[in-house]
Design a binder for this molecule. Structure first.
Ligand code: AMP
Length: 385
């Protein structure tokens, strides 16, 4: 029973803004199912979130959470939404004590507190003392052990996951931990160093792991290929070689590339087979033969996890590989298809395919860490309790 209970909710209201105005309220909208459920059940609701990075007094002014309270009030016209401009003290305590059933207080940016990011014990205890129940609904922050994500639930008796986090965990879990086979993972993006842990974990679970994007050139060079001036991490060549040896044909790499003579939309372009990129040229997208190979690999897949673009999709000339792969995944019949946040989510949205996926994760860092097989502290603490 939630009636009359003070329910503390960690939301992810870290919204993009320009000149103080919210430019995309998606994160606020995504939090509404949990908030509405609490309103309908007559809880007294206290919302917490961080916004941006706060190091200086100037950062505080830039990242005041009040703009979110204004938008939330517009989205919930029948609910009283009060903004509390401080993160502790009598003003906050009185605002919480004065809540009637079904009303909301939004607390100032949690990062106004230095102890937030350090999971300061006293801060977690203090925030926990304001309520009876804690709800974790900030998927974008659950990979961080902060006072608002871990400190509060550590110090409160009743805990639960909000609808947003529950959906993320269910969908990512279905895809990564209990996949229907064939399971194909597609990993792209710029760097081997930032994705190798994902590749490593998914190689243990998937039937095929496709690698595209800038990171493919390090693998190509590791096998003696010529990569011109393509993106490469020379200190990861041995690692790439090791993975190629241990994964065998489970790893699927591009067989050709769209190449350019400059990192520019105005560059001259061409196509070269993998490992045969001429001097002075760089690979900026997968080529047409790779698109066909990747489509063939995806055929019949029952689970697909995708993280990272196949090329520099921000430039239309080099977006085709990402678009084709995105399209091929979205057209699979009867498959669980999950985008692991960040750039691939942006690409799918930009290309108009986002709503054709089973799930588009909202948390870049958190979903990456989930795919790496890491424990997400904000969720582990709830499970523990
Ligand atoms: P990540 O954050 O690691 O997922 O990387 C995403 C970025 O990788 C995007 O901004 C892409 O433009 C970039 N990227 C993808 N393919 C290439 C490539 N072949 N060369 C350089 N950058 C790339």
């Amino acid at each position: 029973m939630l009636q009359e209970k003070k329910v503390l909710v960690r939301c992810d209201f870290n919204v993009p803004r320009k000149e103080g105005k919210i430019t995309d309220d998606n994160r606020i909208v995504m939090a509404l199912p949990t908030i509405k459920y609490l309103i309908e059940n007559n809880a007294k609701i206290v919302l917490f979130s961080h916004l941006g990075k706060v190091k200086t007094e100037e950062d505080k002014a830039k990242n005041n959470l009040e703009c979110v309270a204004v938008r939330l009030q517009e989205l919930l016209p029948e609910t009283k939404v009060t903004f509390c401009p401080v993160t502790r003290g009598p003003e906050l305590e009185e605002a919480v004590a004065g809540l009637k059933d079904g009303e909301i207080v939004l607390v100032q940016n949690t990062r106004y507190e230095k102890g937030e990011s350090k999971n300061d014990e006293e801060l977690g205890k203090y925030w926990a003392s304001l309520g009876d129940v804690f709800v974790e609904d900030a998927f974008g922050s659950v990979h961080r052990a902060h006072a608002s994500t871990v400190g509060i639930p550590t110090n409160i008796k009743e805990n639960g996951l909000g609808f947003l986090v529950e959906k993320e965990v269910t969908m990512l879990g279905k895809a990564v931990d209990e996949p229907a086979h064939p399971f194909v993972a597609i990993i792209g993006g710029s760097k081997v160093s930032s994705k190798i842990d994902v590749v490593d974990n998914l190689l243990k679970k998937a039937d095929k792991v496709i690698i595209g994007g800038g990171m493919a050139y390090t693998f190509s060079k590791a096998t003696g290929g010529k990569i011109g001036t393509s993106l490469v991490e020379d200190d990861k060549l041995d690692l790439a070689k090791e993975y190629l040896e241990k994964a065998g044909d489970k790893l699927v790499l591009p067989i050709d590339n769209v190449i350019a003579d400059a990192f520019s939309e105005e560059a001259n372009t061409g196509v070269a087979d993998a490992g045969q990129i001429p001097d002075g040229w760089m690979g900026l997208d997968i080529g047409p033969k790779s698109v066909e190979l990747f489509k063939e690999t995806l055929k019949g897949a029952k689970t697909v996890v995708w993280n990272g673009p196949m090329g520099v999709f921000e430039m239309p000339k080099f977006a085709k590989g990402t678009e084709e792969v995105c399209k091929a995944i979205s057209e699979l019949d009867d498959a669980i298809t999950v985008i692991g946040g960040g750039d691939s989510a942006a690409a799918a949205k930009q290309l108009g395919y986002a709503d054709k996926f089973s799930h588009v994760s909202t948390g870049g860092g958190a979903s990456l860490e989930y795919m790496e097989g890491k424990v997400l502290p904000g969720i582990a603490i709830i499970a523990e309790k």
